[in-house]
Design a protein around this ligand. Structure first.
Ligand code: 4AD
Length: 477
């Protein structure tokens, strides 16, 4: 059963040879031209059949979505649109697809409709292109870190600590939901639970990654993370993948340098290795944007936008400078922002982040030195006593794509911070130990993988760049 994939066949090296290919019918025109695709590339191979030589039974089964094995000769194409095609000698139908009930027909389906058919949407050009780019990005990320002296660290999925301190966690329990054991106070007694304590799905592998960085030097996680925040937006998932590098002896500047170099590098990788898919996605976006008002269209075609990121420095701006810019901005003065900025200390909303990136600087921006009050407990306090060594990277069309910081390595300062926030030391005794034994300056960041895929593919909704999105009220498939 040896066969050649479509990508290989289209290279034309097997001209005039008998070839076998397996794939799914995209279209079947004039009882003669089958466009076959096997997922190896966005492009189809045209298979030309002499329908008079085909059995009626087989002809009837050649519908969009049917799985076929085709044997024939690879020849130069007579028609336009492709260099080579297959002159078909034999067709074996692996499995048909009833055109009355098969939902993915050769026409434009809305992304909303396709979300309801997430098990089949990968058969469309758009989703296959997005998921090939996703896979390439995943490879490029591992490659980047492995080539730069990082070790891959597998963070636990089940954890007893709340890394971000936001309390938006999914509980993991093996207790009976009908009759859980209760404490004297009438609350569920998690001491009786599987792990003997309350446990949750992780919101971040960072705290555990820090333990490994303080021995291996440079590590990175690339795993699923879970947040039970009720954010029904086009940028939030309840289950998403995060890449979290953590480096000993890195200060915030080195952390920002790494993050910028890393993002540029993985985008350069897809520009080089995913050209067909990116061209398809760029054209798709241009078609989609024709129906939008001029003001909502992206200022650059997709590939130009990606090259812009690889070729230009990210603008680095302190939170304090950013607040000044926002306070004096037109939308703030004209009360166009939903959340008006009037005081230092305000948390930035996505509308503010996007204003800075899309309207003011018109390039990716790294904001640093945020007020301690709006950031997590583990970030290093600056000498001013009110800001922390945090950094967020903001991207056009996306908003925040990276969140990171230099970590508080001073035991006394960390303890004070935890006490002020009511985080019990017993919960994080092992994290405090890192500050007792061989503590050192260290830093890291988290990149939301789906937000990177959103940016790289030009898609508009995060639900369309992960195979089976998990969002409030939605865990189908
Ligand atoms: O800024 P966050 O919350 O940072 C952390 O979790 C740190 N522990 C990271 C670190 O320093 N190691 O999240 C990091 C990134 C965000 O910038 C965003 O890209 C993504 O994770 N993210 C989400 N992506 C999709 N859906 C959500 N609900 C997300 N929440 C965060």
């Amino acid at each position: 059963m040896t066969s050649t994939n479509v990508k290989e066949l289209l290279k034309g090296n097997l001209l005039l040879q008998e070839v076998t290919v397996n794939g799914w019918v995209k279209t079947f025109r004039s009882n003669r031209f089958i466009a076959l695709n096997d997922g190896s590339t966005i492009n189809n191979i045209q298979c030309v059949v002499d329908f008079e030589s085909l059995e009626e039974g087989i002809l009837k089964q050649i519908n969009t979505g049917a799985a076929l094995r085709i044997i024939g000769t690879l020849v130069e194409s007579q028609g336009k649109g492709q260099n080579v095609e297959i002159q078909v000698k034999e067709i074996i139908v692996h499995g048909g697809a009833d055109p009355e009930t098969y939902p993915i027909q050769p026409k434009r389906h809305s992304l909303e409709f396709l979300r309801e058919k997430a098990h089949l949407r990968i058969r469309t050009n758009t989703f296959s292109a997005v998921m090939r780019v996703r896979s390439a990005l995943s490879f490029a990320i591992h490659q980047y870190f492995q080539q730069n002296g990082f070790y891959n660290f597998h963070a636990p999925i089940i954890t007893g600590s709340d890394a971000e301190g936001a309390g938006e966690m999914f509980r993991v329990t093996a207790l009976s939901d009908k009759k859980p054991p209760l404490t004297d106070a009438g609350e569920v007694d998690y001491k009786e639970d599987f792990f003997g304590k309350e446990t949750n799905l992780t919101v971040s592998g960072q705290l555990e990654a820090e333990t490994y960085a303080m021995a291996l030097g440079k590590v990175y996680t690339f795993g699923p993370t879970f947040r039970a925040e009720n954010s029904n937006t086009s940028r939030h998932l309840a289950e998403f993948w995060m890449i979290e590098p953590e480096m000993a002896f890195y200060d915030l500047d080195a952390n920002m340098d790494l993050a910028e170099d890393f993002i540029k590098n993985v985008i350069a990788y897809i520009l080089e290795n995913c050209q067909d898919d990116l061209h398809f996605l760029e054209k798709r976006l241009l078609d989609e944007e024709k129906s939008k008002p001029q003001t909502d269209r992206s200022p650059m075609p997709l590939i130009e936008k990606l090259k812009f990121v690889t070729d230009n420095s990210f603008k680095r701006v302190s939170y304090t400078e950013a607040i000044d810019i926002l306070r004096n901005s037109k939308p703030n003065k004209k009360k166009k922002f939903q959340y008006l900025i009037d005081e230092w200390g305000a948390d930035l909303q996505s509308e503010h982040e996007r204003f800075l990136v899309e309207k003011h600087f018109k390039c990716p921006v790294i904001l640093f030195d945020y007020p301690a009050k709006i950031k997590a407990f583990y970030m290093r306090l600056n000498e001013d006593g009110k800001t922390v060594r945090a950094m967020d990277i903001l991207f056009p069309g996306i908003g925040e794509i990276v969140g990171g910081s230099q970590r508080e390595e001073r035991l006394d300062v960390l303890k004070e911070k935890m006490a002020a926030l009511g985080i019990p030391e017993e919960e994080l005794w092992w994290y405090l130990d890192l500050r007792k034994f061989g503590s050192a300056v260290h830093s890291g960041f988290g990149l939301g993988f789906e937000r990177l895929v959103l940016f790289a593919t030009g898609m508009g909704n995060i639900r369309d760049v992960i195979p089976f999105p998990r969002t409030p009220q939605n865990a189908e498939f």
